[in-house]
Ligand binder design. Structure first.
Ligand code: RB5
Length: 158
């Protein structure tokens, strides 16, 4: 399992705690930055992480910003990406079991390092339950396909 990891300046320190956990757990990861608390725009980092997941280079992504909201909004604009903003372990587990989430997002101004590591661990240890949940995800995929079709039609009408 390889994890794509990224944060903006606000999430940098919490990302370092996640890196520490991943190292200790001997989990493979690729860090897409940032490497300091110098101000950046969170969509730039989110896109890099999400591209690695979409390309299959990494199985999961973890994105951290101040609230986790900007990273979540950006990540979920991408086809096939299911990003879940989690602040406790139960939601993180369900995000995998029910939603087959492939990106975990967290807010560094919302949770501390201990809780964040719990959240990451729950997310990574859980697996998708399938069954009725798969049927629901198919409906989400259908919405994505319809959006692609709408864009094509829109382009043809110009
Ligand atoms: C940066 O100040 C902050 O806006 C960002 O980290 C994030 O919380 C946005 O959603």
């Amino acid at each position: 399992m390889k994890i794509a990891l990224g944060s903006d300046h606000a999430g940098f320190l919490l990302k370092e705690s996640v890196v520490e956990y991943l190292r200790a757990a001997e989990l493979s990861y690729k860090d897409f930055g940032v490497s300091s608390e110098e101000s950046v725009d969170y969509p730039d980092i989110a896109v890099s992480v999400v591209n690695a997941v979409q390309a299959g280079e990494c199985e999961f992504g973890i994105l951290i910003c101040g609230t986790g909201i900007g990273m979540t909004i950006t990540a979920n604009k991408h086809r096939g990406i299911r990003a879940a903003l989690c602040s406790e372990a139960y939601s993180a587990r369900c995000a995998r079991e029910h939603n087959d989430a492939n990106v975990l997002t967290m807010g560094s101004r919302v949770i501390g390092p201990g809780l964040a590591v719990d959240v990451v661990e729950s997310f990574l240890k859980a697996s998708f339950d399938g069954g009725r949940h798969a049927r629901r995800l198919e409906k989400i995929s259908l919405i994505e396909k319809q959006m692609v079709e709408m864009k094509k039609t829109d382009g043809n009408n110009r």
